[in-house]
Design a protein around this ligand. Structure first.
Ligand code: KG4
Ligand code: ZN
Length: 421
């Protein structure tokens, strides 16, 4: 089965094509193509994601990116010739001649879309002036789109776009929970579009997912749902009471004068401090270490950084590079200790046999090393995302859609289920 994934929940416009199959009960996948178009540079001028700009950019870019990925996958060719083959397609795929949308149906669907959305989504509608290539129906079985959680205006561009494709091509549409995407994305061993079949990392139950991103900090318990081994159930053990961990990194970055998104910049400063043996004189709090639950809180830590920065500026007028490095290290250590403390508590409680870490912050090398150490101590498997899959991407959305994800867009509260075959 081939699934097209569409992701527009925040400031990445991403599309991916993945093929999946089940061999002896195990899920295998083949990445056909994956594109991530980041808007981060545009948003950095605002110090964070500016929703109206995200909406506009998704609207402008989705259709051209779709054309690009269909060319890469060999479904259409550069010169718009319908049904052209490509190196990427296997012989079985190439031998199936692609169908085209009947002209009147095409015109009426596109016209209706123009009428319905020209006010709400002018950039997306405008981009459809080059939509002729949509007349070729690609060899896709399902369209998976991020339905939430995320920035409402950004999400709606992707959803509207996916609906048009689904209507024009008569291909079923599948809403995907972004956070579930981050979970299943970490089950991918590779993010290379190499058309090679690979096995999805196997899950042992109960499993625990630790989702650490710019919008979420969640510990999610994953188990089988009743007798149906193909379905999983999720329940949230704990989450942040205020800022998400990535948000805290971004806010601290801003206080230190670093560009958005700041996580990687803070992490680089912290690494430099470790290499240069710089230790901060400022001691930051380790949030929530004594709370009996599995929840997190990072706003106090951020405020402590704010006071430290103000204090240092009062004292010395400027923040020296060395001071910033020391503070970044201290901040990263405080985050690491509170995440790891709650993670260990959650493993103790659930008896988890597999630990899945997902979300943008899982790219952090200090945290990755910490989680590896913890998983080793507990002798459990640890699944970390590859570089491309740690941030927002459409591979994880396509995969979640392919696995028949049926979670609810408003988080995991509603005990979602996901089929594994
Ligand atoms: O999952 P993601 O791409 O988007 C959301 O769904 O939120 O996560 C983005 C977050 C940002 O806050 C970014 O600063 C953070 O991930 N991040 C990092 C690192 N790389 C990205 N935080 C700490 N260390 C990193 N290396
Ligand atoms: Zn995300």
């Amino acid at each position: 089965m081939i699934t097209l994934g569409i992701e527009t929940s925040c400031d990445e416009t991403a599309l991916a094509l993945i093929e999946t199959r089940v061999v002896h009960g195990a899920v295998e996948y083949k990445i056909i193509a994956s594109i991530i178009h980041s808007q981060a540079e545009l948003h950095s001028a605002y110090g964070g994601v500016f929703p109206a700009l995200a909406k506009r950019e998704h609207g402008k870019n989705l259709l051209p990116l779709l054309k690009k990925i269909l060319i890469e996958a060999g479904y259409i060719s550069n010169d718009k010739t319908v049904g052209a083959g490509s190196e990427n397609l296997n012989s079985e795929q190439r031998s199936v001649s692609q169908k085209t949308v009947e002209s009147t149906k095409f015109e009426s669907s596109i016209n209706k879309f123009r009428e319905d959305f020209s006010k709400q989504n002018p950039d997306l509608v405008e981009s459809f002036k080059d939509s002729e290539f949509l007349k070729t129906i690609p060899l896709i079985d399902r369209i998976a789109v991020t339905a939430g959680p995320g920035l409402e205006p950004a999400l709606w561009v992707g959803i509207t776009f996916a609906k048009v494709l689904s209507e024009v091509w008569s291909i079923p549409l599948h809403p995907v929970n972004h956070m579930e995407g981050h979970i299943v994305g970490s089950l991918l061993d590779s993010d290379k579009a190499d058309n090679i079949w690979k096995k999805l990392k196997p899950l042992q139950f109960p499993a625990l997912a630790f989702l650490i991103s710019g919008g979420h900090t969640e510990l999610v318990e994953i188990d089988r749902n009743g007798d149906d081994l193909a379905q999983l159930s999720y329940s949230i053990l704990g989450q942040t009471k205020d800022d998400a961990v990535g948000e805290a990194f971004d806010k601290v970055a801003r206080l230190l004068g670093l560009p958005y998104p700041g996580g990687l910049h803070v992490s680089n400063l912290a690494s430099a401090a470790r290499t240069e043996n710089i230790v901060s004189e400022v001691k930051l709090p380790r949030p929530m270490l004594h709370s009996p639950d599995f929840d997190f809180s990072f706003s106090g830590l951020k405020t402590a950084v704010l006071y430290a920065v103000k204090g240092e500026e009062m004292k010395n007028g400027v923040l020296t590079d060395s001071w910033k490095k020391g503070l970044a290290r201290e901040f990263e250590d405080a985050v690491k200790e509170s995440l790891d403390f709650k993670l260990r508590k959650a493993i103790d409680k659930t008896g988890a046999k597999t630990l899945i870490v997902g979300g943008g912050v899982s790219a952090n090398s200090t945290l990755r090393t910490t989680f590896e150490k913890t998983a080793n101590e507990y002798a459990i498997s640890l699944y970390l995302p590859t570089q491309q899959v740690s941030g927002d991407n459409a591979l994880m959305i396509a995969l979640a859609g392919a696995l028949d994800s049926r979670t609810h867009a408003d988080g995991f509260k509603a005990q979602g289920t996901m089929r594994l075959n």
